[in-house]
Ligand binder design. Structure first.
Ligand SMILES: [Zn+2]
Length: 93
Protein backbone atom coordinates (compact mmCIF):
# COMPACT_ATOMS: atom_id res chain seq x y z
CA UNK A 1 0.00 0.00 0.00
CA UNK A 2 1.21 3.48 -0.78
CA UNK A 3 0.43 6.79 0.81
CA UNK A 4 -0.71 9.36 -1.72
CA UNK A 5 -1.58 13.02 -1.71
CA UNK A 6 -4.76 13.54 -3.70
CA UNK A 7 -5.33 17.00 -5.15
CA UNK A 8 -8.20 18.18 -7.30
CA UNK A 9 -7.52 21.07 -9.63
CA UNK A 10 -10.13 23.53 -10.83
CA UNK A 11 -10.01 24.89 -14.36
CA UNK A 12 -12.02 27.74 -15.79
CA UNK A 13 -13.52 27.52 -19.27
CA UNK A 14 -14.85 30.66 -20.95
CA UNK A 15 -18.14 30.14 -22.78
CA UNK A 16 -18.40 31.82 -26.17
CA UNK A 17 -21.80 30.50 -27.32
CA UNK A 18 -24.39 27.87 -26.40
CA UNK A 19 -26.67 26.12 -28.90
CA UNK A 20 -29.57 25.08 -26.68
CA UNK A 21 -30.89 21.52 -27.16
CA UNK A 22 -28.80 21.05 -30.31
CA UNK A 23 -28.60 17.26 -30.13
CA UNK A 24 -30.58 14.34 -28.80
CA UNK A 25 -28.57 11.82 -26.84
CA UNK A 26 -29.71 8.47 -28.21
CA UNK A 27 -28.49 5.27 -29.88
CA UNK A 28 -27.75 7.12 -33.15
CA UNK A 29 -25.71 9.76 -31.35
CA UNK A 30 -23.73 7.04 -29.54
CA UNK A 31 -23.20 5.14 -32.80
CA UNK A 32 -21.67 8.23 -34.42
CA UNK A 33 -19.64 9.15 -31.35
CA UNK A 34 -18.29 5.60 -31.03
CA UNK A 35 -16.21 6.29 -34.13
CA UNK A 36 -14.46 9.11 -32.28
CA UNK A 37 -12.16 9.31 -29.31
CA UNK A 38 -14.56 11.26 -27.12
CA UNK A 39 -17.97 9.80 -26.34
CA UNK A 40 -19.65 12.95 -24.91
CA UNK A 41 -21.82 10.83 -22.63
CA UNK A 42 -22.03 13.34 -19.76
CA UNK A 43 -22.59 17.04 -19.14
CA UNK A 44 -19.33 19.02 -19.26
CA UNK A 45 -20.55 21.27 -16.43
CA UNK A 46 -22.31 19.06 -13.83
CA UNK A 47 -20.81 15.77 -15.13
CA UNK A 48 -24.16 13.98 -14.91
CA UNK A 49 -24.52 11.13 -17.41
CA UNK A 50 -27.00 11.79 -20.20
CA UNK A 51 -30.04 9.54 -20.42
CA UNK A 52 -31.55 8.14 -23.60
CA UNK A 53 -33.63 10.69 -25.51
CA UNK A 54 -32.29 13.64 -23.51
CA UNK A 55 -31.63 16.94 -25.29
CA UNK A 56 -28.05 18.12 -25.08
CA UNK A 57 -26.67 21.57 -25.81
CA UNK A 58 -23.47 22.37 -27.65
CA UNK A 59 -21.20 24.96 -26.11
CA UNK A 60 -18.29 26.69 -27.77
CA UNK A 61 -15.44 27.32 -25.31
CA UNK A 62 -12.65 29.82 -25.92
CA UNK A 63 -9.52 28.05 -27.15
CA UNK A 64 -11.04 24.62 -26.55
CA UNK A 65 -12.96 21.97 -28.48
CA UNK A 66 -16.77 22.24 -28.22
CA UNK A 67 -18.45 20.44 -25.33
CA UNK A 68 -21.94 19.18 -24.50
CA UNK A 69 -24.14 20.41 -21.65
CA UNK A 70 -27.35 19.08 -20.17
CA UNK A 71 -30.46 21.23 -20.68
CA UNK A 72 -30.52 22.60 -17.12
CA UNK A 73 -26.85 23.67 -17.15
CA UNK A 74 -27.24 25.16 -20.64
CA UNK A 75 -30.27 27.27 -19.60
CA UNK A 76 -28.52 28.48 -16.43
CA UNK A 77 -25.24 29.29 -18.20
CA UNK A 78 -27.04 30.96 -21.15
CA UNK A 79 -28.85 33.24 -18.69
CA UNK A 80 -25.54 34.16 -17.01
CA UNK A 81 -23.95 34.70 -20.42
CA UNK A 82 -26.85 36.97 -21.47
CA UNK A 83 -26.37 39.07 -18.32
CA UNK A 84 -22.63 39.41 -18.87
CA UNK A 85 -23.16 40.38 -22.52
CA UNK A 86 -25.85 42.90 -21.53
CA UNK A 87 -23.54 44.51 -18.96
CA UNK A 88 -20.73 44.64 -21.50
CA UNK A 89 -23.02 46.20 -24.13
CA UNK A 90 -24.27 48.82 -21.63
CA UNK A 91 -20.67 49.64 -20.74
CA UNK A 92 -19.92 50.39 -24.38
CA UNK A 93 -22.67 53.02 -24.71
ZN1 LIG B 1 -25.32 19.68 -16.48
Amino acid sequence: MSIVIKRTTTKNYEIVTIALDAFTYDAEFRRIRNQHKRQYSSCFSCQRNFTDGEKTSLTQLRGMPNELLCHDCAVKLQSELDNVNKERDNGNK
